[in-house]
Design a protein around this ligand. Structure first.
Ligand SMILES: [Zn+2]
Ligand SMILES: [Zn+2]
Length: 143
C-alpha cells in the first residue's frame, strides 16, 4: 500500500501530547520511496488531533508495538501502544487507538478534536467578518 509510509509516521505531538496518524506529512523521499532522513528539510507533520504543525526526527517516530482492530472492517493495523488514534491500514477509518482504553486519555482526545473544530469555525467566521461577509453583523444590527 502506497500510503503506508505516511501512515507510519506516528509521533507524539508536542502541543497536545497525543499520538495519532498525522493529518498531513511533508517530507523528502529516497529513491525507494521511504522517508529521506538525511534531507535538511525534516518531515513536517500536522497533528491529526490539534492541527499543530511540527518537524520530527527519526527518533520521534514511534515503534509499532501494538495492534488496532478496525471497528468497520476488522482489519488489524500495527501501531504504537501509545496511539490515541489509529487509521486503519485497510479501509482508512480513524478509530480509537490502544492508548484510548484509558478513559482520561480518551476524553482528552475527543476534547482536543472538539476544541479544534470550534477554533476552525471561529477562524472561518473571522475571515468572513474581515471580508465583510458575516452573518453575525446582520445579527448585531437586528438586536
Ligand atoms: Zn496535537
Ligand atoms: Zn478498516
Amino acid at each position: 500500500m502506497t500510503a503506508a509510509s505516511l501512515l507510519a509516521l506516528y509521533a507524539r505531538c508536542p502541543a497536545c501530547d497525543l499520538v495519532g496518524p498525522p493529518e498531513s506529512a511533508d517530507y523528502a523521499v529516497t529513491p525507494d520511496s521511504t522517508v529521506d532522513w538525511t534531507s535538511p528539510r525534516g518531515p513536517e507533520i500536522r497533528c491529526g488531533e490539534c492541527g499543530h504543525l511540527h518537524t520530527i526526527t527519526e527518533d520521534d517516530v514511534l515503534a509499532f508495538d501494538a495492534e488496532h482492530a478496525c471497528t468497520r472492517c476488522q482489519h488489524a493495523t500495527a501501531c504504537p501502544a501509545s496511539a490515541a488514534r489509529v487509521q486503519c491500514g485497510e479501509c482508512g477509518l480513524v478509530g480509537f487507538g490502544p492508548a484510548s482504553s484509558n478513559e482520561v486519555l480518551r476524553a482528552l482526545t475527543t476534547d482536543t478534536e472538539q476544541l479544534r473544530r470550534l477554533q476552525q469555525r471561529q477562524q472561518i467566521q473571522t475571515v468572513k467578518a474581515l471580508a465583510g461577509l458575516t452573518a453575525t453583523r446582520t445579527g448585531r444590527a437586528e438586536r
